[in-house]
Design a protein around this ligand. Structure first.
Ligand SMILES: Nc1nc2c(ncn2[C@@H]2O[C@H](COP(=O)(O)OP(=O)(O)OP(=O)(O)O)[C@@H](O)[C@H]2O)c(=O)[nH]1
Ligand SMILES: [Zn+2]
Length: 352
């Protein structure tokens, strides 16, 4: 029956629920995001059973909590644990000011599929990956998911559909078209800027640009995104042909709010990679299959990829796009981005 939501559609609802502060049912567990939880909902969840706080292994490492499940830790709540305590475990902003939150006891053994699904959902909703999970039947009206299939679906590539396209003359290239793509799972829209009329049977000059509101729009000096965006468009304009994908994966996939949390940690002395880890994220949470899918949808099978990031090259190749050529995209350093560029070169393997 086509009017019943599909698994992908139900996941989209679950994302929206978590962002609103509503718990979702994952099999026989209820899961709520600590970031959006209210005192009333915390009290009601506690009344249903014995909740644990699911954290990523990254966050657990900073908190010195044992992650018995590898990339996941389940912190046991003490009787006096309140929302402020949970928030302090979820959000590293106050780690240096109030370092002693523990010692934290963590659970071992048992099935953690629901906890893993809960953390994957939090990340895909661009919330802090800290989820309160309690074994309890779902009250009427909550979104329900089977945790195993939900996890598998989250790892599945959403089909991207072209929605609209129009001519858009740019300063760097007058003959340009902007295409808008929409995934079938209610996720973010992404854009392709096609410059000139690149032939489909030859490698196209291409850039996979990840959204950076601060760099692209505001001209932030902290990163190299704005100048890279302009330089890529200028090079394509000069060459007379190219394709720039503008992927809405702000902050390497963690979203602008979490990126600002990461910047706050960077102001406390951590580098860009450490900041992501302290928040509970991997250094790069982007899904590069989207870029490959868009290139394919536009008819391109081979690219001359403008990037300094060898991972992007490897990801394109792994997802069926040939990369016969890598074109470096070096932009000027300034006192604010020097540390960031050094970390990308030193820790993330960028060729700068
Ligand atoms: N989490 C996080 N994201 C950042 C930070 N600085 C910039 N970004 C994001 O990083 C992304 C920029 O990466 P890109 O320039 O597309 O790619 P790259 O991996 O640096 O590789 P290149 O192709 O060589 O530029 C954007 O989504 C930015 O919002 C940071 O300190 N923390
Ligand atoms: Zn940036």
């Amino acid at each position: 029956m086509s009017l019943i939501p599909t698994l992908a559609e139900t996941i989209s609802r679950a994302r929206a629920d978590l962002r609103m502060g509503l718990p979702v049912a994952l099999g026989d567990q209820l899961a709520a995001a600590v970031e959006t939880l209210t005192p009333a909902r915390l009290a009601d969840l506690r009344a249903l059973g014995r909740p644990v706080l699911a954290l990523t292994g990254r966050r657990a490492e900073t908190l010195k909590a044992r992650a018995y499940d590898g990339t996941l830790a389940r912190v046991i709540l003490r009787p006096e644990a309140d929302l402020a305590w949970l928030r302090a475990l979820a959000d590293p902003a106050g780690d240096l000011r109030t370092p002693m939150k523990g010692p934290l006891a963590t659970e071992r053994g048992g099935d953690v599929t629901a906890h893993r699904a809960a953390l994957a959902l939090a990340k895909s909703a661009q919330l802090l990956p800290a989820m309160l999970v309690v074994a309890a039947p779902a009250p009427e009206g909550l979104t329900r998911l089977a945790p195993g299939p939900a996890l598998a679906q989250l790892a599945t590539e959403a089909a991207m559909h072209p929605v609209a396209a129009a001519r858009l003359p740019l300063m760097s290239a007058e003959r340009s078209r902007l295409h808008v793509f929409r995934p079938d799972d209610g996720g973010e829209e992404h854009y392709a800027i096609e410059i000139g009329d690149p032939p489909r049977d030859a490698p196209v000059l291409a850039r996979l640009h990840s959204a950076c509101f601060t760099g692209d729009v505001l001209g932030s000096l902290k990163c190299d995104c704005g100048p890279q965006l302009q330089a890529a468009l200028a090079a394509m304009g000069q060459a007379g042909a190219g394709v720039l994908l503008y992927l809405n994966q702000e902050g390497r996939g963690i979203g602008l709010a979490n990126k600002m949390r990461a910047y706050d940690l960077q102001n406390q002395g951590f580098d860009t990679v450490e900041a992501n880890h302290r928040l509970g994220f991997e250094d790069d949470e982007r899904d590069f299959r989207i870029g490959a899918a868009l290139l394919r949808r536009l008819g391109f099978g081979a690219v001359r990829l403008m990037t300094n990031n060898p991972r992007k090259v490897a990801m394109m190749q792994a997802h069926g796009i040939a990369v016969p050529d890598r074109v470096p995209l070096i932009v000027p350093r300034n006192p604010h981005n020097a540390g960031y560029l050094d970390t990308k070169a030193g820790k993330s393997g960028h060729l700068l």
